[in-house]
Design a protein around this ligand. Structure first.
Ligand SMILES: NC(=O)C1=CN([C@@H]2O[C@H](COP(=O)(O)OP(=O)(O)OC[C@H]3O[C@@H](n4cnc5c(N)ncnc54)[C@H](O)[C@@H]3O)[C@@H](O)[C@H]2O)C=CC1
Ligand SMILES: O=C(O)[C@H]1O[C@H](OP(=O)(O)OP(=O)(O)OC[C@H]2O[C@@H](n3ccc(=O)[nH]c3=O)[C@H](O)[C@@H]2O)[C@H](O)[C@@H](O)[C@@H]1O
Length: 466
């Protein structure tokens, strides 16, 4: 079966880049990305590519190449569903904020709405692909809705989780470690659907990197991959504190253990704590699933990854307060970075938010500079915590567009995101304009301790012993 027309529901961080890459690599397939968020669709359609809703290196170039040719952004959800042979569901699956499973389970209401809409609109057979990250066995719920609400058309459900990381999304999509497709191999229709999706990816992904499994393995592999990745960060962050107490250096430890091919060298950077929209949400979801099967030890094991991460963020802000003579009230502290990692404007669950909130509780004055995050986003992030009124946040925190201005008259600088540009600043100039003693708290371990100490800074680097 040759697919000619694809629809993707959800024009977010996953839907936008994944479909743009499919459109680029498959010029004969028409790809339409739909969303109920009109503003977001308008931004995807904006003439000025600087106004795309998502910043990802290499994305704007692909949008320019494909948009209006075989890639379309639209709010006409029903029309796109009707026209497509294959529909990707790429909507958000946040942690539930109400009812049973509140604060843990994935909220599947957006997924269910999509399934109901597809069922209502579809007049011909469709392949429905789960792109969103979902609890294991969600496909059976989607299938049940489609089969019971639909107009008697035949639906095949595939699981095709996305493994891209933000900041490297385009590179990850163009050259993925693997593409995972879960489907029903016990029926001929299931096989045909799997083959149709394999054929799409085969346009640019080597066959040996396309892996097929049963649907449940595919769904669970996505949660497992994120849990393992986050666990590595929490493990190295746990060791970072031991390093600080003992005089070891976490970067040396990471290098030493990473050279063991069984451990591997990636994802061993100690930090102020992991952020991003998925690690915490997916682990909480895993913990909830384990608990729902009565697997309490399994649940506790994975929950510890989050407990460690929360601890790392609090430990960082506590250290700032205690180092600044146990009070930061009225003191200016500069945040370099607000995004949850470099090369993205995404701030969801960024460690910077919690660290800022802790310091604002201590009445610090914070100045933030981030090369890609806009002021409205920063205040919205703090507002979401509901710790204090927006006006109070606005009286305590300012957002600067010039890093040197952000650092001027500051008592301390905290590095929250590992943006490359921070390494190349004129640190002598920054030092000369700061209050003395001038402190730097490097939560990403990116700055050179000796150079900064030679300038005169009192320098703390995460995971570095005295
Ligand atoms: N952000 C990431 O790097 C990754 C995310 N994922 C998973 O992909 C899924 C999507 O994540 P993001 O793209 O980050 O979310 P997002 O929040 O950026 O985008 C989701 C979009 O879906 C739209 N939407 C929701 N319900 C809709 C409906 N009924 N009809 C039409 N549009 C609807 C929303 O308006 C929003 O624009 C989640 O399950 C996430 O766990 C997976 C891999 C990477
Ligand atoms: O499901 C998802 O959403 C995605 O989640 C992560 O991708 P992402 O969150 O975009 O970015 P990562 O590079 O994984 O970084 C996550 C957080 O961990 C932190 N991190 C990462 C690596 C490291 O060594 N140390 C560390 O502190 C980063 O700074 C960041 O805050 C996974 O890497 C992707 O494979 C997955 O598809």
């Amino acid at each position: 079966m040759k697919i000619k027309n694809i629809c993707c529901i959800g024009a977010g961080y996953v839907g936008g880049p994944t479909m743009a890459v499919i459109a680029k690599q498959c010029p004969n397939i028409k790809v339409t990305i739909v969303d109920i968020n009109e503003e977001r669709i308008a931004a995807w359609n904006s003439k000025n590519l600087d106004n795309l809703p998502i910043f990802e290196p290499g994305l704007a170039e692909i949008i320019e190449e494909t948009r209006g040719k075989n890639l379309f952004f639209s709010t006409e959800v029903n029309k796109a569903i009707d026209e497509a042979e294959m529909i990707f569901i790429s909507v958000n699956t946040p942690t539930k904020t109400y009812g049973k499973g509140k604060g843990m389970a994935a909220d599947l209401k957006y997924i269910e709405l999509c399934a109901r809409q597809i069922a209502k609109v579809a007049k011909q057979d469709k392949i429905v692909v789960e792109k969103s990250t979902l609890p294991v066995r969600t496909a059976s719920a989607i299938k049940s809705i489609l089969d019971n609400v639909g107009n008697g058309v035949n639906f095949q459900i595939l699981s095709n989780p996305e493994f891209l990381a933000e900041g490297t999304a385009i590179q990850d999509l163009l050259s993925p470690d693997r593409v995972l497709i879960g489907g029903d191999t016990s029926t001929k229709e299931g096989e045909i659907a799997i083959q149709a999706l394999i054929e799409i990816y085969s346009n640019w992904v080597p066959k040996e990197r396309i892996l097929t499994t049963n649907v449940w393995s595919s769904e669970l592999s996505k949660l497992t991959a994120n849990a393992f990745l986050a666990q590595r960060v929490s493990s190295i962050n746990a060791m970072s504190e031991i390093c600080e107490k003992t005089g070891a250096d976490i970067r040396e430890v990471s290098k030493a253990i990473g050279m063991d091919s069984r451990i591997g060298s990636k994802f061993l950077n100690a930090s102020v704590g992991f952020g991003g929209s998925c690690f915490q949400k997916d682990i909480l979801n895993l913990v909830y699933i384990a608990k729902s099967y009565g697997l309490n030890e399994v649940a506790d094991y994975w929950e510890q990854v989050i407990i460690m991460n929360d601890y790392q963020k609090n430990r960082f802000s506590d250290n700032i307060v205690s180092t600044l003579y146990n009070t930061v009230s009225g003191k200016k502290i500069t945040f370099l970075g607000w995004a949850f990692k470099k090369d993205t404007n995404d701030t969801r669950e960024s460690a910077a938010i919690k660290v800022a909130d802790n310091l604002l509780n201590e009445q610090a004055k914070i100045a933030v500079y981030d090369p890609k995050v806009v002021e409205e986003r920063i205040f919205a992030d703090l507002d979401d915590l509901k710790t204090r009124p927006l006006e109070e946040n606005k009286s305590l925190l300012t957002v600067e567009s010039d890093p040197y201005l952000a650092c001027k008259n500051s008592h301390a600088i905290a590095i929250l995101t590992e943006w490359d540009e921070f390494k190349n600043y004129n640190w002598e100039k920054i030092y000369s304009n700061m209050q003395k003693p001038a402190f730097i708290f490097d939560g990403r371990g990116i700055l050179n301790k000796k150079e900064l100490e030679d300038i005169g800074f009192t320098f703390y680097k995460i995971g570095s012993g005295k």
